[in-house]
Write a protein that binds this ligand. Structure first.
Ligand code: UDP
Length: 239
């Protein structure tokens, strides 16, 4: 039993609210327990200059920004003004890479999608929840393109979700909160597609090592959690 009463293979309660704000074509408030994020997807009808200069400029692009708001954690996190810190840079690149894996950029055409993940409250698992919520925001944003994209060629080729897993006191556990994350012997972030393939696995052991068998156990746990998250994504998108 875990400190919050969950079973080792149990996700935190997930809440998803689409169209949370009005201006962005995709806007999702998503929570996993006490971790809460606002994820928006915006569409810019241009390409970044480096991309526009590319011979394949008819293809679109997707990029992401991530920010933990000052009051999202204690002690307060300094507002990132001019310089994004190393952790946020790493996380926003992960979110962008992950969500690019489900976009057919020829079908999207020469436009840029920006995913913004703002952490309202941090309690572990912000990067993975940003990807899971980002997929929903992305679906909503793409839907607003209407006739600007071909009906015969879907822009989104699969679904994407992500979860953290780890090893705590020798036991593999799913969806770590901050207390678990800070004490875990192993911390693994897993991103998968709807067809059950991996996009990214980030894994670190702290002060010990882990075996191939333990890696496999954690990946199985992650896959189980991701399947549940995908069902919740689909339910939210239908609602
Ligand atoms: N955290 C924090 N301040 C920071 C970085 C992390 O409070 O500057 C906390 C926060 O709760 C976060 C957790 O530590 O969710 C785990 O951070 P990690 O870098 O492992 O990323 P995450 O699990 O959020 O993707």
């Amino acid at each position: 039993m875990r400190h919050d009463g969950r079973q080792p293979d149990e996700l935190r309660p997930i809440r998803i609210q689409r169209q949370f704000t009005k201006v962005a074509p995709g806007s999702v408030l998503i929570s996993a327990g006490d971790t809460t994020l606002l994820v928006t997807a915006s569409i810019d009808e241009t390409l970044p200059p480096w991309k526009a200069a590319d011979p394949a400029a008819q293809k679109g692009w997707l990029t992401a920004e991530y920010c933990m708001l000052p009051g999202s954690t204690s002690p307060r996190k300094r507002r990132e003004r001019e310089k994004v810190d190393g952790r946020s840079t790493e996380i926003q690149r992960l979110i962008g890479r992950s969500l690019r894996a489900c976009v057919d950029f020829e079908a999207l055409g020469p436009r840029t999608i920006m995913i913004d993940v703002d952490v309202l409250q941090a309690d572990g698992g912000t990067r993975t929840l940003g990807i899971t919520g980002g997929y929903i925001a992305l679906c909503d944003a793409i839907a607003t393109l209407g006739d600007k994209v071909s009906k015969d060629r879907p822009v989104l080729t699969t679904s994407i979700a992500a979860i953290s897993v780890g090893i705590s006191h020798g036991t593999p556990i799913l969806d770590l909160d901050y207390i678990e994350d800070s004490q875990a012997e192993v911390d693994l972030n897993v991103v998968m597609t709807g067809s059950g393939e991996f996009i990214e696995i980030q894994g670190t052991a702290e002060g010990r090592s882990f075996t191939r068998a333990q890696l496999d156990q954690q990946l199985s746990l992650a896959e189980k959690g991701i399947r549940q998250l995908m069902e919740l994504q689909q339910a939210a998108l239908k609602g």
